[in-house]
Ligand binder design. Structure first.
Ligand SMILES: Nc1nc2c(c(=O)[nH]1)N[C@H]1C(S)=C(S)[C@@H](COP(=O)(O)O)O[C@H]1N2
Ligand SMILES: [Mo]
Length: 491
């Protein structure tokens, strides 16, 4: 177990000079995420929510420690079982780092050093444990070597962490300063939410904005190192730097983002003022060739997404290359220095964070990350609603009960929301003041409820006349449907 610790710490130290993602432990975790079948990923998100990554890392730690302990026991006589096990761990780390699209060959040094350090330390400890005939002498030698290994590992691990953090994006983000839009979004009216009646606030504060991505360690990209390449089926290939983009006239738009993994009633929906440039403008500068279908975007960590070119080009859509969010540069976990935001499309087909490459292409030529894993190619956000008050299994006073929540139908707009108690008649609700059709709408109502246990459900109707279906569907392949229902008790 000590040799394992030494191996991981040595790898982490070397990764500190190259990239945290070269750290063998993180690389193996990231590899595991990419290999996870959709059903298991869905289960993990459902069960552990945003703690899914912590659960994965802890699970890996437990598995490694158990295997290392068994290998140690098996090595009582000969050092070979332990040597082989630690070398196999090292090889797994090498493969995981090799597979990463964002790391060059130099990054292989981290798992390589990890492997060598693991084997060397294990042999050293093994020899110390068996030195001399007297058990006391060997115990003392082992203890001293063990303490040395422990101290060395702590220093190496902390050193790697420190080195890695000096290369992180936080300082670069602070240096960006204020991003001043030439065209600001209209101010949010006071009655755009019913926060006092139990809905979320209209704009989601950045720390509360939902977060979904496959990155175990948040990609650290400094604005000064960032560039965006625009190529493929275009007349003129382009490359933009951060200053070039930020010095263009910036626009600000209020947009509600939604994740396709959001279950009915789920939390993966949030709203922000995004600041950036029109994606359509960049595409027009490059000159999109006829026959182009897909805007294939790639993140610095290799994650990919495919957006219909027609949607990205539509001036009425307002697709953005965003640099800022709610008056600040994008938080690092939301894609600093730059990301895509396309109103009306689920995030996995539109919202690439840490975006560095845009390729104009066809659907046949390229398959994006989640498309390869069984999710849909086309994924407009479905008209949905959520009940925020009362909470599930709450106890309220019988009589008049206040119900409040949100509804969204991005790019179409919400026309009305209705509620009903048990299987009673649908009743109207009061809608908040509209901000724009790309954002959620809040609603509230008062309903009469006698004492007892009841269910409240709601349904939204959008501006196309469509009323959200009561048919339940899961999130795979293109978004959940069904009516949100809350069970509560009136006394
Ligand atoms: N690089 C990268 N970008 C990504 C993802 C990802 O896994 N990696 N996930 C997408 C998904 S599924 C969603 S719903 C949105 C979430 O954006 P947020 O975390 O800022 O809310 O980002 C999208 N962009
Ligand atoms: Mo998502």
């Amino acid at each position: 177990m000590l040799a394992l610790l030494a191996a991981l710490a040595a790898g982490h130290l070397v990764a500190g000079f190259i990239s945290v993602n070269a750290s063998p432990y993180l690389a193996v975790g990231n590899g595991a995420i990419d290999l996870t079948p959709v059903s298991l990923k869905d289960f993990a998100v459902r069960t552990f929510g945003t703690h899914d990554k912590l659960v994965l890392l802890s699970g890996m730690a437990v598995a490694l420690v158990v295997l290392a302990a068994l290998a140690g026991v098996a090595s009582r006589r000969s050092p070979w079982p332990g040597t082989v096990v630690i070398a196999v761990f090292g090889l797994v780390g090498l493969v995981a780092v090799y597979q990463r699209p964002d790391l060059g060959a130099v990054a292989l040094l981290a798992p390589l050093v990890s492997l060598l350090a693991g084997v060397a330390v294990f042999r050293l400890l093994h020899r110390a444990a068996r030195r001399g005939r007297a058990p006391v002498a060997s115990r003392r030698a082992f203890l001293l070597t063990g303490i040395g290994v422990l101290a060395g590992s702590a220093i190496a691990g902390a050193g790697g962490q420190l080195l890695g953090s000096t290369r992180d994006a936080a300082a670069s983000r602070r240096a960006v300063g204020r991003l001043v839009p030439a065209r600001t979004a209209p101010a949010i009216p006071a009655d755009a939410d019913f926060a006092k009646l139990g809905t979320p606030p209209f704009l989601t504060p950045n720390p509360e904005f939902y977060r979904v991505d496959t990155a175990l360690s948040v990609p650290q990209v400094r604005a000064e190192d960032w560039s965006l390449r625009l190529h493929g089926m275009v007349d003129r290939e382009k490359r933009y730097g951060y200053e070039e983009i930020r010095n263009r006239p910036l626009v600000e738009r209020t947009i509600t983002m939604t994740c396709v993994s959001n279950e009915v009633g789920g939390p993966y929906v949030s709203t922000a003022n995004f600041v950036g440039v029109d994606l359509a403008e960049l595409l027009r500068e490059a000159g999109v060739r006829p026959g182009a279908e897909q805007l294939f975007s790639t993140s610095v960590d290799g994650w990919t997404s495919g957006t219909p070119v027609a949607t990205a080009l539509d001036p009425a859509r307002g697709a953005m290359l965003a640099l800022g969010m709610n008056g600040e540069p994008l938080p690092v976990e939301h894609g600093f220095p730059a990301r895509l935001v396309v109103p009306g499309l689920y995030g996995y087909v539109s919202a690439t964070k840490w975006v560095t490459d845009l390729e104009v292409t066809t659907w046949r030529a390229r398959q994006a990350y989640w498309l390869k894993r069984g999710w849909g190619e086309q994924a407009p956000i479905k008209t949905e609603s959520r009940i925020d008050t009362p909470k599930g299994f709450a106890t309220v006073t019988a009589g008049t009960v206040r119900v409040a929540g949100i509804a969204w139908a991005q790019h179409t707009g919400i026309a009305k929301v209705e509620v009903r108690v048990d299987n009673g008649p649908w009743q109207p609700t009061t809608l908040s003041t509209k901000v724009n059709d790309d954002t959620w709408r809040m609603w509230w109502a008062e309903v009469g409820v006698p004492a007892g246990t009841h269910q409240i459900s709601c349904r939204a109707t959008d501006n196309s006349g469509y009323t959200q279906t009561g048919d339940r569907a899961g999130t795979v392949p293109d978004g959940a449907t069904g009516r949100p229902t809350v069970t509560f008790t009136a006394k």
